[in-house]
Design a protein around this ligand. Structure first.
Ligand SMILES: NC(=O)c1ccc[n+]([C@@H]2O[C@H](COP(=O)([O-])OP(=O)(O)OC[C@H]3O[C@@H](n4cnc5c(N)ncnc54)[C@H](OP(=O)(O)O)[C@@H]3O)[C@@H](O)[C@H]2O)c1
Length: 419
């Protein structure tokens, strides 16, 4: 190729328009054509050759790189066509890569094409390239983080303003932090796709996203946040992937967690994202920054475009570090086999012997308690009891809860794992 890079853009929404604005200052990069759904929509930017025919872009021989910022899994076939036409791909699409990455990366390898996806995890934080290149020397034990800005915003507002989940969700929707249908964010699916991608490059294994345990924030109440606060914790939606001790199996999950206030990640507020890594020889790292938004996300997309440009301008090929080399799937353990410390919010009848019943059930299943908190009796005559356990197996705490609830006097209203 000559020194000019020709781009085919798919999507001209929040991120696509940011990409057009930032690329307008590059004389040697041209957006040749752009696919959208609605040609008549009003936009902040002008792009030549706007089309609804995505195949006219992926089959255009003039185009070197496809920048896909449309979202959704419908782009799988067009992108496979682009790769077979020897085009490199830059994408921000975590769902597509988490669900169909194996097919896309196999196709890319066969066609000597690169798929760069920095924007797909944690928006503006340059975590993918850091893991693939500067941190390549490391053997990682764990990657974890706050990977969804919407849920972190809701949890921050619940804590700071003492509001219910529903009220905070409505505010987040008004301010544009949450979509009209917030399911993907609040049920944890968005974070699940992102941790699948991170685990994939951190552990050099393919990850089956459908096997990742995923629980969102919809059951968190102001009472949980207040109780956690009294015990010295904040509540965050944490996505994590870690090696199981003395094994190559992986424990990957997304769920709310109590985080000690002394841990730096507890300070991550509002829509900010954070990624923690622990490995040898580097030890512990934390990356913090904007996890979404037009310009932070554009920073990552354009960074990938420039990376491809600099490499293919010099050698007509992509550095091996940028391509995917692993084929094996990780063995992912089920959540039942995981080991955690747990916070339980218990509602009990105000009867003699309730604490004794909790103690007996804990003893039967080998669950040791580290804290227990009860403040008087509620107006309706029930008692709210908060307990925090030491580390135990998920299936044991679940059996213990089942036994407690069979008494009819005790209900475990919420179970939250502790980080
Ligand atoms: N927004 C962020 O902060 C952010 C952060 C990180 C990653 N991402 C990822 O970036 C991608 C884009 O996000 P976004 O927020 O920019 O989305 P968006 O504002 O909804 O824009 C999507 C764009 O794709 C176009 N599109 C949708 N379906 C299409 C189809 N069938 N054919 C042609 N064009 C189609 C839309 O066309 P119309 O404009 O005509 O409707 C629109 O221009 C997603 O994968 C998202 O997960 C976004």
């Amino acid at each position: 190729m000559n020194n000019k890079l020709n781009i085919g853009l798919i999507g001209l929404g929040t991120v696509g328009q940011g990409v057009v604005k930032v690329l307008s200052s590059y004389d040697d990069i041209e957006i040749v054509s752009c696919a959208v759904k609605d040609l008549n929509k009003k936009r902040d930017v002008e792009v030549k050759n706007l089309t609804t025919d995505v195949y006219s872009i992926v089959n255009n021989p003039e185009i070197d790189v496809i920048v896909e910022v449309a979202g959704g899994v419908w782009v799988l076939e067009p992108l496979l066509t682009a790769i077979k036409n020897k085009k490199h791909i830059v994408t921000a699409n975590k769902e597509l890569l988490a669900r169909h990455g194996a097919q896309l990366f196999d196709c890319a390898r066969e066609n000597n094409a690169a798929i760069l996806f920095e924007a797909s995890v944690a928006g503006g934080i340059p975590i993918i390239q850091a893991i693939k290149t500067s941190l390549k020397a490391n053997n990682f034990d764990c990657v974890a983080g706050i990977l969804n800005g919407t849920t972190n915003y809701i949890l921050t507002k619940m804590e700071e303003d003492n509001l219910s989940y529903d009220d905070c969700l409505k505010n987040a929707q008004k301010l544009g932090y949450a979509e009209t249908d917030p399911t993907n964010d609040v049920e944890g699916y968005d974070a699940m796709y992102k941790i699948a991608l991170l685990a994939n490059i951190v552990f050099n294994k393919r990850i089956d996203a459908s096997k990742i345990y995923c629980e969102g924030i919809t059951k968190i109440s102001p009472l949980d946040i207040k109780s956690a606060d009294e015990l010295g914790y904040k509540i965050k939606l944490i996505a994590q992937a870690k090696k199981v001790e003395n094994s190559t199996d992986l424990d990957i999950r997304v769920h709310p967690m109590l985080v000690w206030k002394s841990q730096a990640i507890s300070e991550i507020k509002n829509a900010t994202n954070a990624v923690l890594l622990k490995g040898f020889p580097v030890d512990k790292l934390m990356f913090v920054g904007p996890g979404a938004g037009e310009f932070p996300t554009t920073s990552s997309v354009v960074g990938d475009i420039l990376q491809i440009k600099s490499e293919i301008t010099n050698s007509d090929a992509i550095l091996p570090m940028q391509t995917c080399h692993h084929h094996d799937y990780a063995n992912q353990i089920s959540v039942d086999e995981t080991v955690n410390s747990y916070y339980l919010r218990i509602e009990a009848q105000n009867k003699l012997g309730i604490i004794g019943q909790i103690g007996l059930a804990c003893q039967s299943f080998g669950v040791n308690l580290s804290s227990i908190l009860q403040k008087g009796i509620n107006d309706n005559g029930s008692a709210t009891i908060i307990v925090v356990s030491e580390d135990c197996r998920e299936k044991d705490i679940n059996s213990m809860i089942e036994t407690l609830e069979k008494t009819g006097d005790i209900k475990v209203v919420n179970k939250i794992r502790v980080m």
